[in-house]
Design a protein around this ligand. Structure first.
Ligand SMILES: Nc1ncnc2c1ncn2[C@@H]1O[C@H](COP(=O)(O)OP(=O)(O)OP(=O)(O)O)[C@@H](O)[C@H]1O
Length: 424
């Protein structure tokens, strides 16, 4: 077989980045589906143009609804205005994902504010008390001066530790008009905020409702028109009905939009699906992206999501999955809770992990069923136990259990050996 060479292949892509769902790779310049929400954000930011303090804002809604791009579009637009009007404006965007506490957000904020002052490459401060970090933030804000907007994206990551959300809006740095924008896709987080935090941070609140299938069609149409060859809008009207394409069949975008809308109207998921479908076609040297490519992309992405779901399972759920896998190596038949629990207990002893009560163990099995890693057959009459099977291929489960050298890897290895002894 000869190796493919770069550069001499035909492609259906004109600018692949436009269909890339990664926010860092491509940012849309307009969000026509979000006119109302953008106007609400505009209203909260507008005081900045009048020499006053922009309002604090909570932006909430499920994943992939354009919250982050929406805030970026409006803050960029304000920044452009500020540059022209010679207004002193600084916008700092902090992604809180993975930070886990106010402490980490504060250290990051100190680093980001210092970078605004001194340029990139500042270290994260370490070894300070929370209160000292807050003072460092305030001091940096006072050095920067003017109007400062701090965007805390995915603030739910801080969990119960809302110190920063309580203190920062009350900090009153000298010579600064400070505004905070908190973005979250955890609706419960917003509900659970302390009443004081909610009233100071949520001076204004903007809710992003899930996109419906028609909106997703229009979103996909615009991304496709930018990304694919021979694909453009009739009469300059940028909606799905005016899209004309020599590389998409009539069903491709509607199917990707319908599948995207099925879950939570998530634009990122719909874009990811169309992108993967187009790549499948393109990599195979095909010139048309069809419904079949979309279905294949859906299967591929679902499998990938489940694989990474297995790889990142917490210990107890991993042990529960391994106990079910143990039975699956012997037979495809659904297995009742009791024999799974027995197997689980022996794995816990082997790995020296504490053993959950039967009831809590059953909750873990149900968690695995909720995330489509196991199939569950509900016990019918009284006293009949639920039964479980793997919802993924046995090979997929075995391959994605921990590696030999990792935590719980010994048990995973026993299962893999048992399976290869069986098939031999
Ligand atoms: N109306 C739209 N038009 C075009 N692309 C969009 C639109 N809304 C969202 N997107 C795209 O969908 C992806 C997700 O958007 P974004 O990151 O803003 O979502 P989010 O609501 O902040 O999600 P999360 O809460 O998961 O961070 C991005 O690639 C973005 O460009």
């Amino acid at each position: 077989m000869t190796m493919k060479s770069f550069g001499d292949e035909d492609t259906i892509f004109e600018d692949m980045d436009v269909l890339n769902p990664n926010e860092q790779t491509y940012q849309p310049e307009a969000l026509p589906e979000r006119e109302v929400e953008l106007d609400q954000i505009h209203s909260a930011l507008r005081p900045a143009t009048m020499g006053s303090t922009p309002l604090n804002l909570i932006v909430y809604g499920q994943s992939g609804q354009g919250k982050t791009v929406g805030i970026r579009l409006k803050t960029n637009q304000l920044q452009e205005y500020a540059n022209e009007a010679d207004m002193d404006l600084t916008v700092v965007h902090v992604r809180c994902k993975g930070m886990g506490s106010s402490y980490h957000v504060l250290t990051n904020l100190v680093k980001r504010l210092r970078e605004k002052r001194f340029g990139p490459g500042e270290e994260l401060p370490s070894g300070h008390q929370r209160k000292t970090l807050l003072n460092m933030v305030i001091q940096n804000l006072e050095e920067i001066e003017g109007t400062i907007i701090i965007v805390l994206d995915e603030i739910d990551a801080i969990g119960d530790d809302d110190y920063i959300l309580y203190e920062l809006p009350r900090s009153n740095p000298d010579g600064v008009r400070l505004s905070l924008i908190g973005i979250t896709n955890d609706l419960q987080f917003r509900e659970n905020l302390d009443a004081d935090v909610r009233s100071s941070l949520g001076e204004d609140e903007v809710r992003f409702e899930p996109y419906d299938a028609n909106q997703l069609r229009d979103i996909l149409a615009r991304r496709a028109a930018g990304a694919l060859r021979d694909t453009s809008f009739n009469d300059g009207i940028e909606d799905y009905r005016h899209l004309q394409s020599g590389v998409l069949t009539d069903d491709t975008i509607p199917l990707a939009a319908a599948l995207g809308a099925q879950d939570t109207g998530d634009a990122r998921a719909a874009i990811r699906l169309l992108f993967r479908a187009a790549r499948f076609a393109d990599d195979a040297g095909e010139t048309i992206v069809t419904e079949d490519h979309v279905r294949k992309a859906r299967d591929f992405l679902e499998t990938k999501a489940i694989e990474s779901g297995i790889q990142t399972l917490p210990n107890q759920r991993m042990l529960a999955l391994m106990a079910v896998t143990f039975h699956a190596v012997n037979s495809d038949a659904p297995v009742s809770t009791t024999p799974i629990y027995t197997q689980y207990k022996s794995f816990c002893e082997y790995e020296n992990v504490n053993i959950l009560s039967n009831r809590r163990f059953r909750d873990r099995l149900n968690d695995l069923a909720d995330t489509n890693i196991l199939n569950k057959q509900q016990g019918r009459g009284r006293g009949e136990e639920n039964k479980y099977t793997l919802a993924v291929d046995l090979e997929t489960a075995l391959e994605n259990l921990p590696k030999e050298s990792a935590r719980l890897g010994d048990v995973a290895e026993i299962l893999r050996e048992k399976d290869s002894a069986q098939t031999r």
